[in-house]
Design a binder for this molecule. Structure first.
Ligand SMILES: *Cc1c(COP(=O)(O)O)cnc(C)c1O
Length: 424
């Protein structure tokens, strides 16, 4: 697989290099040079998740990774299903939360861990990542205990759910976590500064596990194929897919799936009050506001780091940005959507409920709607219980980590402070 830097097209790199390096010069994102359609989409849709995903990733990554190695990596990463659950006659939920940390980020995080373990030369690697919630847990669990890999996770102090936090701050071992006195954008800014610091980069073998890493994106492409594969054959060409979006990695993966020939009619980019993208698609002007805290806190991002890839994809495929539908809900509308969805018999959480509501607005009469459920409802137990007047049970992993002590340190949103901790 050949990739180029979106900011500086003269910088090119192979898949292994892009996985190890994360970002290119000038903090540019890497983008695949070729996204040719798969020749056999119809027959791929008849395969089970794992062999189909091996074929898709083989097509994307090429022969840089031997096929048997790739198959073993996918088998170890995708150890859980992505069921498509019928909500009504024309609406389905794609449940992406059946992995070990109960969020869709397990797909990308676990495949990235496999990639780094397979592709890295022998030096020490430090994964530095900022999380607005679920990335931290997915990355921590995917890398926990891997030799020669240290993980450093930054998250905004007090701005993610306590259970979410416990899921990654209680592991210890090769996982270090810092609660940053600032918002998620401040955490992302620290990560960017770290990658600009040559001394730190060389000293600790810096690598990012954010959704900017290409290995995470290619893994996520696979569950879009799974969604369409699980539809009855006569509905497969009618799908509109709504994606709850924060950094827009998930939507990027969906668009890549479409570029590879997956028959998706349209995507709906769904956000909370951090609505930079819906406003941009509406007005044409990019005008991020300050990030606000919402019920769907994994989407509290006002400067989405994957957006340049969405634009690049549209440019190379000749698609119009206006083909991407979008919308935003505030917290009151989110609560209302969650309640109505529950009344229809489907227990969801705020991120998925936003996607469902905006899907309903967008879906045409004879289209089939799929909304992505990015986290298990119990991950947002405090708000879900309160909004629905329920007491939803905690699944095993959450209950276990919830009872453990957090090992996090609090640091100011200051790069010098972070660097000092990391160089130790
Ligand atoms: C990360 C996350 C999102 C946003 O995904 P992006 O790829 O950053 O757009 C949505 N919902 C949940 C539950 C998440 O953890």
């Amino acid at each position: 697989m050949k990739l180029y830097n979106i900011k500086d097209n003269s910088e090119t790199i192979n898949f292994a290099g892009a996985v190890r390096q994360g970002l290119g010069r000038g903090q540019g994102l890497f983008f695949p040079e070729s996204l040719s359609p798969l020749p056999n989409v119809e027959s791929l849709l008849e395969l089970p998740l794992v062999p189909r995903s091996v074929a898709i990733l083989r097509h994307l990554i090429g022969d840089e990774i031997p096929e048997s190695t790739l198959a073993a990596m996918v088998e170890q990463a995708f150890t859980f299903p992505a069921p498509l659950v019928k909500v009504d006659d024309h609406t389905y939920a794609l449940e992406l939360f059946h992995g070990p940390t109960l969020a869709f980020k397990d797909f990308g995080g676990r495949f990235m861990a496999q990639c780094l373990a397979t592709l890295s030369d022998d030096g020490k690697i430090t994964i530095l990542t900022a999380t607005s919630g679920d990335t931290g847990a997915a990355v921590a669990h995917a890398f926990y205990g891997l030799p020669n890999i240290e993980v450093v996770i930054l998250y905004p102090e007090g701005k993610i759910s306590p259970l979410q936090e416990k899921l990654f701050t209680t592991l210890g071992g090769n996982i270090r976590t810092f609660a940053v006195q600032g918002d998620f954008d401040a955490c992302q800014a620290l990560v960017k500064q770290a990658f600009d610091d040559e001394e730190l980069k060389a000293a600790v073998g810096l690598n990012s596990a954010n959704s900017i890493n290409i290995s995470r994106l290619v893994a996520q492409v696979c569950y879009y194929f799974e969604a369409v594969a699980e539809l009855p054959a006569e509905q497969r060409h009618k799908a509109v897919i709504a994606v709850p979006s924060g950094n827009f990695g998930n939507l990027t993966a969906g668009l890549i799936a479409k570029a590879l020939g997956l028959p998706v009619k349209r995507f709906v980019a769904a956000t909370n009050a951090n609505d930079t993208v819906p406003r941009y698609l509406e007005s044409g002007s990019w005008d991020p506001h300050a990030t606000v805290a919402t019920l769907s806190n994994a989407m509290d991002v006002s400067r989405p780091n994957n957006w340049p890839r969405v634009e690049e994809l549209c440019r190379v495929k000749g698609w119009q940005l206006s083909d991407i539908a979008s919308g935003a809900l505030d917290d009151e509308q989110t609560k209302d959507a969650l309640k109505r969805l529950f009344a229809q018999g489907y227990l969801c959480e705020p991120h998925g409920a936003i996607a469902w509501e905006l899907l309903n607005k967008e879906r045409g009469k004879d289209e089939i709607g799929i909304f992505l459920c990015t986290a298990h409802p119990a991950k947002f137990k405090e708000s879900v219980d309160e909004i629905l007047g329920q007491d939803i049970p905690l699944p095993g992993p959450l209950a276990k980590h919830g009872a453990m002590e957090s090992l996090s340190e609090v640091i100011p949103a200051d790069f010098a402070a972070l660097k000092a901790k990391m160089m130790k």
